[in-house]
Design a protein around this ligand. Structure first.
Ligand code: FES
Length: 190
């Protein structure tokens, strides 16, 4: 049985036609797979490779290079906090400490008990003039303060009513290791 839904595999097969270089479809394809499964399992990556008719090693190489792809369970909402120089000078370490305390995790990549949150420290996000900065889900949050963080977390928790939240993916278990490494390299905006 496939990890990815038939519908998604079909969608991935159609992606190469949208790009001048068919290989360019690998990033959006991995993004779709991650969105559906929660993170990129070995099976999901190999199904992406098969759907795109690409070498599985190439697909895995892309998935492991970019920080926006995750090979282990992560939170539904991810904080990518910049801890490069400008942000650190303007309080990024305090922001990281506040995020950790507010969602109840101790280290980067750890999943909060409710499966909603995880955080990572990343290199410059290219928005130094708004330091401290982070990306939360697909949006940049700028000029961060502890109260802004609290509001962002409260907003997401309020959406996560029991009827609105799907049960966590079976693999989203807090006792699984969730960290690939230390501070991540990231591409600008990603
Ligand atoms: S140092 Fe944080 S965005 Fe550049």
């Amino acid at each position: 049985m496939s990890t990815l839904s038939e519908h998604l595999i079909e969608e991935i097969r159609e992606l190469p036609a949208k790009y001048p270089q068919p290989r360019s479809a690998v990033m959006p394809a991995l993004d779709l797979a991650q969105e559906e499964v929660g993170y990129l399992t070995a099976e999901a990556m190999s199904e992406v490779a098969a759907a795109l008719k690409l070498d599985p090693g190439y697909v895995e190489g892309v998935a492991t290079f970019y920080t926006l792809f995750h090979l282990q369970p992560i939170g539904k909402h991810r904080f990518y906090v910049c801890t490069n120089l400008s942000c650190t000078l303007r309080g990024a370490n305090e922001i990281v400490a506040h995020v950790k305390g507010a969602v109840g995790v101790h280290e980067a990549g750890e999943l909060s008990k409710d499966g909603l949150f995880s955080y990572e420290e990343v290199e410059c996000l290219g928005a130094c003039e708004y330091a401290p900065v982070m990306r939360l889900d697909h949006r940049y949050e700028r000029d961060l303060t502890p109260s802004k963080i609290d509001a962002l977390i409260a907003e997401r928790r309020s959406l996560a009513t029991p009827s609105a939240v799907e049960p966590p993916h079976p693999a989203l278990r807090a006792d699984l290791p969730a960290k690939r490494g230390g501070k991540k390299r990231t591409t600008k905006g990603g």
